[in-house]
Design a protein around this ligand. Structure first.
Ligand code: 13P
Ligand code: G3H
Ligand code: ZN
Ligand code: ZN
Length: 363
């Protein structure tokens, strides 16, 4: 049975029970859905096109910075209130994605990324929009959000995350949380020198999260750190231990005492630069979502870079190129031509991820 067979809404942005059913389908069929950081309509369509062509579901997410970029760098994030641009940008992205996703014929999870403690006003603003949308449409605007209090003490992380899950639960909205730290940089915070132990979450901590959150709602997932790092570094610098995830599942199963071999929904952050083996190991241990950003930023650039380099003599002036000094260059400098080259290379890289994560042909 394909993913669309288990969904009530088969195309466009899905919410509530459909999100649960999609993640269950992924866990059972051993695939993970790539979560793509989108910053513009152009990166949205590049991701959607790849998912459509590979017959896959997809997750589109904005980070706090990506959401502000969606609003436009000229919009303030301080006035008239904190996180103004990030809230408005995320809402704009959500409406755009909701409107265009059905045209691609695939199910889409609309998500937001990270959100450290200092950024909670961003999450609050989006939840206000979710509740307003819920009143009108019976579902939240976003399928899901992430809250990332991984840099706070464990009790504080779990307590505050639980509070947010209580707010999301009546809307059957999914919440992703993080415990153990993702290295590299996120939300503008540099975690490159974080102590090694916090890069690897322990099974007891995961179970504490599970027991606190499952008492509130079943709609949650855990980004457990197993050496993950944002960004791409020289080979050998990042030491992933996906086998830790298997320990988490075993420990949780023993504690819960049910027959479910993989009771947890797990999330893999820092997907860029990881190996196919690391992906398939992690997915076999219950990872249902893999975040991929840096490799796609790079892929998007390469198409535009190569276009500019190969067409350089056609884009120096509006008129005049190697074919004749009176030749117009309009068809070379039209953004629909050169931005499209970035979309093509980004889309091809998303397709590669869909194959690596075993998501292709799962619809
Ligand atoms: O985890 C990510 C976004 O939350 C993406 O990480 P990468 O940029 O390393 O792919
Ligand atoms: O957190 C990781 C993602 O790559 C988002 O990064 P960002 O804060 O630069 O948008
Ligand atoms: Zn984090
Ligand atoms: Zn991340």
């Amino acid at each position: 049975m394909g993913a669309q067979d288990v969904l009530t809404r088969k195309t466009g942005v899905i919410t509530g029970d459909d999100v649960m059913k999609l993640f269950q389908h992924a866990r059972e069929n051993k695939y993970a859905i790539p979560a793509i950081n989108v910053t513009s309509s152009s990166t949205v369509v590049a991701a959607l096109e790849a998912a459509r062509d590979k017959k896959s579901p997809i997750i589109l997410q904005t980070s706090q910075g990506g959401a502000a970029y969606f609003a436009g760098k000229g919009v303030s994030n301080d006035t008239p209130h904190k996180q103004f641009a990030s809230i408005q940008g995320a809402i704009a992205a959500a409406h755009y994605i909701r409107a265009i996703a059905p045209a691609y014929g695939i199910p889409v999870v609309l998500h937001t990324d990270h959100c450290a403690h200092k950024l909670l006003p961003w999450l609050d603003g989006m939840l206000d929009a979710d509740e307003a949308y819920f009143k009108e449409h019976g579902e939240p605007l976003f399928s899901s959000h992430m809250i990332d209090l991984s840099e706070e003490p464990k009790d504080e992380n779990i307590k505050t995350t639980a509070k947010y899950l209580e707010r999301a639960a009546p809307m059957k909205q999914w919440l992703e949380m993080e415990i153990g730290i993702t290295g590299g940089e996120e939300d503008g915070v540099n975690n490159e020198d974080v102590d090694n132990a916090s890069l690897y979450t322990q099974p007891e901590d995961i179970y504490d999260v599970y027991s606190a959150l499952s008492a509130i709602s079943p709609y949650f997932s855990i980004a457990a750190a197993f050496g993950n790092v944002h960004g791409v570094y020289k080979p050998g610098n990042v030491k992933l231990h996906p086998e830790l995830l298997q320990k988490h599942q075993k420990y949780a199963k023993e504690k819960i005492g049910g027959s479910d071999e993989k009771p947890l929904f797990l999330v893999f952050h820092g997907g860029s630069g990881s190996t196919k083996q690391e992906f398939s190991d992690a997915i076999s241990y219950g990872v249902v979502k893999v975040n991929l950003d840096t490799d796609l930023q790079w892929a998007y650039l390469t198409g535009i870079r190569d276009y500019v380099l190969t067409k350089k003599d056609y884009i120096k002036t509006q008129v005049g190129n190697p074919d004749g000094e009176d030749k117009p260059n309009k068809k070379y400098f039209d953004p629909r031509v050169w931005v499209r080259e970035g979309e093509k290379t980004m889309s091809a890289r998303v397709q590669e991820a869909l194959i690596d994560f075993n998501t292709a042909n799962q619809l």
